[in-house]
Design a protein around this ligand. Sequence first.
Ligand SMILES: Cc1cc2nc3c(=O)[nH]c(=O)nc-3n(C[C@H](O)[C@H](O)[C@H](O)COP(=O)(O)O)c2cc1C
Length: 355
Amino acid sequence: MAHLFSPLKIKNIELKNRIAVSPMCEYSSEDGFANDWHFIHLGSRAVGGAGLIITEACAVSAEGRITFADLGIYRDEHIEKLKHITDFIQAHGAVAGVQLAHAGRKASHVEPWNGGKQIPSNQPNGWKAVAPSAVPFKDDEEAPLELDKAGIEKVKADFKAATKRAIAAGFQVIELHGAHGYLLHQFLSPISNKRTDEYGGTFDNRIRLLLEVVEAVKEVWPKENLLFIRLSTTEWTEGGWTADDSVALAKILKDKGVDLIDCSSGGNVVNAKIPLKPGYQVEFAEKIRKESGILTGAVGLITTAYQADEIIQEGEADLIFLAREMLRDPHFPLRAAHELGHEVKWPVQYERAKW
Ligand SMILES: Cc1cc2nc3c(=O)[nH]c(=O)nc-3n(C[C@H](O)[C@H](O)[C@H](O)COP(=O)(O)O)c2cc1C
């Protein structure tokens, strides 16, 4: 029976355990460049024993950034620093992944620790956000510009160009950010997508952009590499995207060669009532895994070795994404292995601290 420290082999890529560092925005870049902060933040979690390390949301275009300080992969010059990070991650036995993202209507904000408010497009560090429809996320925010056909083509081209840079930067996993109310999710949801063309209205129309982005990525992404998608598997809102929609989409994505769905939720509706409790999103990872047959990742308020191990052992998910617990303890995987009684390799430099 699989457990938290069983390797996970997908195609020919093997993750040494089932622990993935979940994407976490650091808002610490200038013009999209990774720097020492990102190297230490991601590198230390490779030292700490995670099997897979995924960067924060990495913007595919400057206008697709949440803030002016987001990490980006929209210029060839971004590649060098990212490559330095992936080399280090791989040298420490982990697989490096990048989350490709476009913020859509949630672009042009200040960092959360400075209040997280939108910067109007006519202010310094602000720009006009784009979205499926001219519907702001919050009532007091400037409405985004509805993407026209040329704008949609640019989004696809940006994801494709970012994929080429991800290859050059040495990533083996791409996770498309289709969750948390960002652009691809905005298209999926009837709450944010009010279009009347072939990209809006029916389920088939609302999923069209995501499928076209998948196609664009696959045109250049090597077959041996992995493609994950993070979805907000429910919006917790009457009339919004549902878990059954996620299952239907997952079946289609599986047929298109997507390797895993990272099952998050929410983020597209202000004040949605989310029943927060330990492992509150695991049921969606389990449902999608069982009903579509695709591999899934569970995320959200998973904080202990035993909790994570049980999710794998019960067959509720294939991979555990940890965010805040990995901030509290970058060495969580080494500690978890000890707690669960598994022998794992420590970095030689740290071996004398082994429990
Ligand atoms: C500091 C921080 C930054 C985050 N940034 C991202 C991000 O860039 N992309 C994303 O998909 N989720 C992001 N998230 C959400 C996490 O990946 C994760 O889904 C969420 O925190 C729930 O997991 P946890 O309970 O283990 O923290 C972020 C979370 C935190 C705490």
